[in-house]
Write a protein that binds this ligand. Structure first.
Ligand SMILES: Nc1nc2c(ncn2[C@@H]2O[C@H](COP(=O)(O)OP(=O)(O)OP(=O)(O)O)[C@@H](O)[C@H]2O)c(=O)[nH]1
Ligand SMILES: [Zn+2]
Length: 385
């Protein structure tokens, strides 16, 4: 029933058992022999004729792909999953093998027959519906991203470091580099936000309405960058400035999705070539529906990796320290008292720690409560049954 039990084991006792969980991906499903009348053996060269594709949009079982070396004017290829993929999920950013009609002609449908090993997996626990098992599922947002661009306004709305901290945890958990993109720099200075992150030496860019975006484009070049941000921070404005044709591209996706654009899914947009610059300008992945990063799937220790300014302190913690405010001997308190880290960072870490279990306690009536060994309850989301 619970299909991802190995994930839960990783966090038992709250100690570092594993921080990289992509080896345990649910997608590790092999072709099952014997189910089909056609022989499928491992010795048979499987789809040697498959062409490479890069998934740029997903909408209700239809995957929009591009050839890796395609230009902006080449058609996109619409594909469906081949049955042999089993339960493997295909997400934006996946590099796939395509067979069938890969012409990209109107009405043509290709099949995705394989998914290349992912270099990174950005996940979130969906919290949009915590009352159902499905709503609590951990979701892969984007595969193979290189960078997480955290878009935050400096004013209107004011920056929320709690959100940024959450994104940083997700980025470090996924092994993706974070980039802080501070918008509305015409309205307020970045000192307060940057001061909060002094210890982290986060890369950042400041965006004003009149910025030429050259610095940002240079940081995006040749990479797949995921943009996340709260409503109103200017993310759409930025996406439209970076990719002036974004509106059109989304329109295309929408057409493929037969009318209804799924605002919750991610969409990869090709950045235009920069005059004078050589090489691949890169891709940005807009995530219109991702307003928060549920972190229930991240272990307490991995959560700590979003706080590199605090990690060092925990070597002095007692065994099995949960690092909560209730832990009498947690070394984090002394660390902060000694001025080695900003107390607000510790408070933020502990807020994230408790929100992971707190939200579960508040909204999940069937959740195994605290008090059975692991005080925080299971870290992993309840898997679909
Ligand atoms: N002063 C100032 N205003 C900006 C800037 N960037 C965007 N805005 C304004 O901020 C408002 C919100 O911008 P959007 O781009 O719609 O924000 P969003 O993050 O996409 O939010 P949603 O549309 O809810 O997804 C708009 O009125 C923009 O004109 C900026 O750099 N400076
Ligand atoms: Zn501790």
């Amino acid at each position: 029933m619970v299909s991802n039990g190995d994930r839960q084991e990783l966090t038992r006792g709250g100690q570092v058992l594993a921080t990289k969980r992509r080896e345990y991906d649910e997608d590790d499903v092999r072709v099952r022999p014997g189910k089909s009348s056609r022989p499928r053996t491992r010795t048979r060269p499987r789809h040697a004729d498959a062409v490479d594709g890069f998934v740029i949009a997903v909408d209700r079982g239809r995957y929009t792909c591009v050839w890796p070396d395609a230009g902006p004017d080449d058609p996109t290829v619409t594909a469906m999953r081949a049955r042999e993929l089993g339960r493997k999920s295909v997400v934006v950013g996946d590099r796939v093998g395509l067979v069938g009609d890969t012409s990209g002609a109107p009405g043509a449908l290709a099949r995705i027959v394989r998914i290349a090993e992912r270099s990174s997996v950005l996940r979130r626990t969906a919290e949009d519906d915590a009352t159902t098992a499905e709503g609590r599922l951990e979701r892969v947002v984007v595969a193979n991203a290189d960078q997480l661009v955290i878009v935050s306004a400096l004013a209107d709305p004011p920056p929320r470091t709690g959100f940024i901290d959450r994104c940083l945890v997700a980025a470090y958990d996924a092994d993706i580099e974070p980039l802080l993109c501070l918008t509305k720099a015409d309205l307020a200075g970045p000192e307060a936000v940057l001061g909060y992150y002094t210890e982290l030496e986060l890369p950042y860019v400041l965006i004003r309405p009149d910025s030429d975006l050259a610095a940002l484009r240079a940081l995006l070049a040749g990479r797949v960058s995921v943009l996340v941000g709260h409503s109103g921070v200017g993310k759409s404005t930025l996406v439209n400035r970076l990719v002036p044709e974004a509106g059109r591209a989304v329109g295309v996706v929408s057409a493929i999705g037969r009318g209804r654009h799924t605002s919750t899914s991610a969409v990869a947009l090709r950045l235009p070539p920069t005059p004078g610059a050589k090489g691949d300008p890169g891709w940005i992945v807009d995530t219109p529906g991702v307003r928060s990063f549920g972190l229930a799937h991240v272990s307490a220790e991995s959560l700590l990796h979003g706080f590199p300014d605090l990690v060092e302190a925990t070597v002095d913690c007692p065994a099995n320290c949960q690092h909560t405010a209730e832990e009498a001997d947690c070394a984090l308190d002394a660390w902060v008292a000694a001025g080695k880290a900003d107390p607000r960072r510790l408070a933020s870490y502990r807020r994230l720690l408790s929100s992971r279990s707190g939200e579960g306690d508040a909204r999940e009536p069937d959740h195994r409560g605290p008090g059975e060994g692991d005080q925080r309850g299971p870290d992993a989301p309840a898997a679909g049954s």
